[in-house]
Design a protein around this ligand. Sequence first.
Ligand SMILES: Cc1cc2nc3c(=O)[nH]c(=O)nc-3n(C[C@H](O)[C@H](O)[C@H](O)COP(=O)(O)OP(=O)(O)OC[C@H]3O[C@@H](n4cnc5c(N)ncnc54)[C@H](O)[C@@H]3O)c2cc1C
Length: 470
Amino acid sequence: MEYLDYIETILDRKDILSSNFNQKFCSDWTHIYKFKPLAVAFPRNTEQVSNLVKASKKFNIPIVPMSGNTGLVGGTFAENSLIISLEKMNSIIKINKGSNLVSVEAGVILSDLHSELSKHNLSFPVTFGARGSAMIGGILSSNAGGSNVLKYGNSRDLCLGIEVVLPDGRILNMMSELHKDNSGLDLKNLLIGSEGTLGIITKAILKIFPTPKNFFTAMICLNENQDPLNILRKVENKLGKEVEAFEYMPAFYVKEFYRLFPKKVKLFDRYHDINILLEVASNSDVMNDEDNSGTSILKNHLEEILSSFLDENLLEDVLIAQNDSQRKSMWEIREAAAEITVSRKPVVITDVSLPLDSVSNFINLVNKKLDHVEKQAPSTFVSHLGDGNVHYWVWPKNDDKLLHDNIVEIIEGIVYDLKGSFSAEHGIGIAKLNSMKRRKDNTAVDVMLAIKNALDPTNIMNPGKVFPKV
Ligand SMILES: Cc1cc2nc3c(=O)[nH]c(=O)nc-3n(C[C@H](O)[C@H](O)[C@H](O)COP(=O)(O)OP(=O)(O)OC[C@H]3O[C@@H](n4cnc5c(N)ncnc54)[C@H](O)[C@@H]3O)c2cc1C
């Protein structure tokens, strides 16, 4: 029996697509990677995923797991492969309010989870611009970060349990609700962030939190010679763990936003070199209590701090959002980063992680060194400064591969010297394979390969991604 006939014995015919693939199944989000899959399967439960994997192993057909397909490193490239789409496994299984946990199937879309939890005044803190499409399986597989890592950690920190289908089709049930479990190697955390190369995540148990009663959001513009990290520390000294986001955008980034979205109302009447989106929130009653004028204690504190910064000449300007619509306008600027990145082609994209006190140094060094390489190449960045993550990208004049490699090499060389990492939150996929080869410790790569070979000796699970030598 042919492979496609065989998988029709596993799934209903309407859950298999073997021609007329729509755009989502032929290209990644950036449109840098184009492909033609063999077929797309839409399993409805874990047993079907397991049987599809067993069939693909039997026929030696490569498998590419796909969730929202919003990844930025070509991880869903699926030439001649079976795409296993998780989109029909999209149930929120159980909200456990007592334990502050939610169990979900892997195909739940992030914004759907947010909406459902909000009905119970609960929230799952991972959030980023692609939340309307990205799904829990993809988010965990790429250990996504986002804008709230500063307060809550990344996806790995927010997940207690997962269920996974291994490359031989066995189901590994690690749907644990335990906060402590030292019974051997930590397989859950090995699978999270493995980008679909070690198995397919089918279910997860995630940590949830009471929704903050209020959010206070401000765009603060620092004086040129101020280090944003000092400002963050000063705010934290006053407000402690209430800082949810601290996102850094330079003037050229903001200009690019208004170039792309010219109808958006400008926040300030001129461009500032250092713009920080600062958000604080608390679910504690004490912080949300109101004074005689009806203003919450937290907002009062924030206003006091920002006004003292103005007095000390640390800031050029500041705007505190007065309502949800102003808050949304501020976040729109920050969350347009991915659209801005791909709005000009060609583009060289990096996503680097640095020790927090090296971020400003990194930006100065990169700006200086890149100037020698590409005099007229515009470049800009955006940074989750609170966790040391910088997305720095360059739009070179042409598609010359050597030039692109040179740009990456310069940026990653600086990162290496500053003891950072060439991949902060987007993962490796295909896009960072060269960086893995050049920059990752050889012994670490050998150990990773040994694990990959042990779990997937025939290399059918998302081949060609993450591991430089397989
Ligand atoms: C506008 C925009 C903003 C973004 N902002 C951020 C941000 O702030 N922070 C951040 O970290 N990332 C960000 N990203 C990228 C981010 O990594 C992805 O959006 C998200 O984590 C991937 O989820 P997805 O469901 O789209 O996964 P996909 O793109 O479908 O898959 C991603 C990888 O995981 C694998 N995979 C998918 N599902 C599974 C599964 N169930 N089991 C095993 N492997 C699987 C795929 O094979 C692929 O390798 C952004 C992307 C966009 C487009």
